[in-house]
Design a protein around this ligand. Structure first.
Ligand SMILES: [Zn+2]
Length: 403
């Protein structure tokens, strides 16, 4: 059953080839007054609406914009509890510290599987309703072998992009023996988590894990068949970005405090610089310098970092608006980074763009162009989405001819 979506005001396809906004890995591309054909869950054709082929069904987009579904390459969705009071205190002047993670760890350990699953599914549905059609999900609030293993197992129920983050912080019971905790993360905990995970991640930061500890965690994970990603240079300058590049990580995430050598290392590597502006917004910190990274030739992604502590948003549209308004990215660069950039950060070539053969993961905006994502900040603009070709518009399954 093929589906023609026609009368699209602006169809953002993105280019897979190098050059243009978004860095050397790709670029924003769009077609005005466009159409797209979906067949067997894949994109079968894109181009001007006037030249669209026939299909079994037709959907009239009514001049609205259609984009690749957002690809959120950084989220922490397996947790219990909430930290609204901590946020309020921070806004009243308390600084953000990595140790706040421990309060979520306590709540997560105390929660039942069903409680964790319900919260996780609620957040995943919230993301999808806002146009995120691919998301990564980390463990990291269990920090025991059993609690990390169940976090990874729960994440695997909702996404293939599961990340083992046993090295999130050193839990309180290992305060006096951080080396012992790293041994646990690299040993029995990894063994329990690796079968259901695709990625290994480490929070390389003062107050979390130092360079050598982080390198050990990545090497152990890679030895178990996982691919690396790193929380790097969020709270201050540090070795995280250089470590990520040296380890061949798919992504160095945060990249808020970079020196020239960090920028040069990212630009010369395949490691994506994943920027998480919702964190700076929610912790009232200076934003990362996206222009410096893009101008140097680094590949930049935008992600939500949805988590209960430093950034509790599931809105990629907010991240795009912040990237444009506060980080001087163009609307095109920001949309590219939130789609194709996220796909690069997850080493996926089937999502983040709408080339022929891509997964038919689309988002339709209640707006004529992608620019509205930043132009109308805070306004819910997602009119509908398609997930592997299955469409939902206005909360209703797309079953036939739509006006
Ligand atoms: Zn994170």
């Amino acid at each position: 059953m093929s589906v023609l979506i026609t009368n699209i005001g602006e169809l953002v396809t993105n280019r897979p080839e190098p050059g243009g906004p978004g860095g050397r890995e790709g670029g924003f591309a769009a077609v005005a007054r466009a159409a797209l054909v979906i067949d067997e869950g894949r994109v079968a054709w894109t181009g001007p609406a006037s030249r669209a082929p026939a299909a079994d069904q037709a959907v009239d987009a009514g001049g609205r914009a259609v984009l690749p579904g957002f690809v959120d390459s950084h989220a922490h969705l397996v947790f219990a509890g909430e930290r609204g009071a901590e946020f309020a205190a921070r806004m009243a002047g308390q600084p953000y510290r990595a140790g706040g993670i421990r309060s979520t760890v306590a709540a997560t350990r105390a929660a039942s599987d069903d409680q964790l699953r319900a919260n996780l599914r609620k957040l995943a549905a919230e993301m999808l309703a806002q146009g995120i059609t691919t998301f990564e999900c980390k463990s990291g609030y269990g920090l025991t072998v059993a609690d990390e293993a169940r976090s990874v197992a729960l994440a695997a129920e909702v996404t293939p992009e599961v990340t083992y983050l046993g090295a999130h912080v050193v839990p309180a019971e290992y305060e006096a023996d951080p080396a012992g905790y790293v041994d646990l993360v690299c040993g029995p905990m990894l063994e329990a988590c690796a079968p259901r995970a695709r990625w290994v991640d480490v929070f390389c930061e003062r107050g979390a894990f130092g360079r050598d500890e982080a390198a050990a965690v990545l090497a152990a994970g890679q030895g178990a068949g996982l691919r690396a990603r790193v929380h790097a240079n969020q709270l201050g300058p540090g070795p995280g970005v250089q470590l990520a590049v040296q380890a061949g990580a798919a992504s160095a995430d945060h990249c808020t405090h970079l020196d020239d050598a960090d920028v040069a290392a990212l630009a010369a590597s395949d490691t994506v610089a994943t920027l998480l502006p919702g964190v700076e917004f929610s912790t009232r910190q200076p934003y990362p310098d996206a222009r410096r990274l893009i101008d140097a030739g680094a590949t930049v992604a935008l992600a939500t970092d949805c988590n209960p502590g430093s950034c509790f948003t599931s809105s990629m549209a907010l991240c795009i608006a912040l990237a444009v308004r506060e980080m001087h990215m163009t609307t095109q660069e920001a949309v590219w980074a939130a789609t194709a950039g996220g796909a690069r950060a997850l080493r996926r070539d089937d999502v983040g763009h709408l080339g022929v053969g891509a997964r038919a993961d689309l988002v339709m905006l209640e707006a004529p162009s992608h620019a509205y994502l930043a132009y109308r900040p805070g306004v819910p603009l997602v009119a509908g989405f398609w997930l592997a070709g299955e469409g939902v518009i206005g909360g209703e399954q797309v079953t036939g001819l739509q006006e």
